[in-house]
Design a protein around this ligand. Structure first.
Ligand code: THU
Length: 133
């Protein structure tokens, strides 16, 4: 779909998932994305003894988006998120908002029901445009 190599993204997400620091939930998550500058970035969940401040895999992913190799305003083109079984996992609500910010309505997400645009995954989203209207 749309020239995206989903196998590459799934593999990168699974590799990231294996690096997860999830000693409290024992629920490792990995995420990987194709960026519009050609990079593949990834992230995993990083939990904390203060449970509420743990980071989701998508948070790490967005940090990597602005990590080495980034310049300007990189955009997420396509994202895969996997759970401990290596299969697609739906992002939590907060992470859908993160993905929306950096990918917008056309960003593609591999969901449990196939590849879908963010406009389907987070309908009627609040986003950057709302702050300028
Ligand atoms: N988690 C993610 O990393 N991303 C999601 O979209 C859903 C939940 C993590 C947070 C926590 O470390 C663990 O999964 C269990 O909730």
């Amino acid at each position: 779909m749309s020239g995206v190599d989903w196998e590459v993204l799934r593999t990168a997400a699974r590799e990231a998932m294996r690096r997860a620091y999830a000693p409290y939930s024992n629920f490792p998550v990995g995420a990987a994305a194709l960026v519009d500058d050609g990079r593949v970035v990834s992230g995993c969940n990083v939990e904390n003894a203060s449970y509420g401040v743990g980071l989701c895999a998508e948070c790490s992913l967005v940090s990597a988006l602005y990590g080495p190799g980034a310049s300007g305003r990189p955009r997420l083109v396509a994202v895969a998120v996997v759970g401990g079984d290596g299969e697609p996992l739906m992002p939590c609500g907060r992470c859908r908002q993160l993905l929306w910010e950096h990918g917008g309505p056309d960003m593609l997400l591999e969901t449990t029901r196939g590849v879908r645009p963010m406009a389907d995954v987070l309908p009627d989203a609040f986003g950057p445009d709302d702050l300028t209207s």
